[in-house]
Design a protein around this ligand. Structure first.
Ligand code: S3P
Length: 174
């Protein structure tokens, strides 16, 4: 792994693991720009993620997501990048992440279900039984998060400050 001060710090993990709120705080603490791929997609497309899924389907969304990720990673300014939970699905994305400091915010299904309950309506992949959907996604993605991550942080029971401290510590260990 390269020196963590010269690469992007990328947060991966399921919906509800805290990537956006942790990322915003980390960027403040580190004096880095903050980039949220979901937010960039909605800005660029001028429509919500739910609308993109409904009108064009998941494949189109994933294509936009890959190009947004690749643009964000191409920035020469080391940034904090919060990604969408499904970013690890595409091999090209996993490959792009290889040279960066990738932190997996790992959470139990219980924690995720509690946290996403209020925001589930803007997440099309959570339509239906929440726990069942999260469980299915976890079966598919757990190994992929593990494969791309430089380090993982178990967020169950931790508040925002504690997660930020743990992620910062991971940048100093190497
Ligand atoms: C998705 C996660 C969402 C968003 C889209 C698909 C996923 O981002 O990209 O709804 O496949 O897990 P968050 O993880 O930021 O909620």
């Amino acid at each position: 792994m390269a020196d963590t001060s010269t690469v992007h710090l990328v947060l991966v993990g399921h919906m509800g693991s805290g990537k956006s709120s942790v990322g915003r705080r980390l960027a403040d603490e580190m004096g880095r720009p903050f980039v949220d791929t979901d937010h960039l997609i909605e800005q660029q497309e001028r429509r919500s993620i739910r609308d993109i899924f409904a009108a064009d389907g998941e494949d189109v969304f994933r294509g936009i997501e890959s190009s947004v990720l690749s643009e964000a990673l191409a920035s020469p300014v080391p940034s904090v990048i919060a990604t969408g939970g499904g970013i690890v699905g595409r091999e090209e994305n996993r490959h792009l992440l290889e040279h960066h400091h990738v932190v997996w915010l790992r959470a139990s299904i219980d924690t995720l279900a509690t946290r996403v309950a209020s925001g589930a309506s803007r997440r099309p992949l959570l339509d239906g039984d929440l726990r069942h959907r999260l469980g299915e996604l976890d079966d598919r993605r757990r190994g992929l998060y593990g494969a791309v991550a430089s380090v993982s942080v178990d967020v169950d029971g931790l508040d925002l400050d504690a997660v930020v401290v743990a992620v910062l510590a991971s940048t100093e260990d190497r």
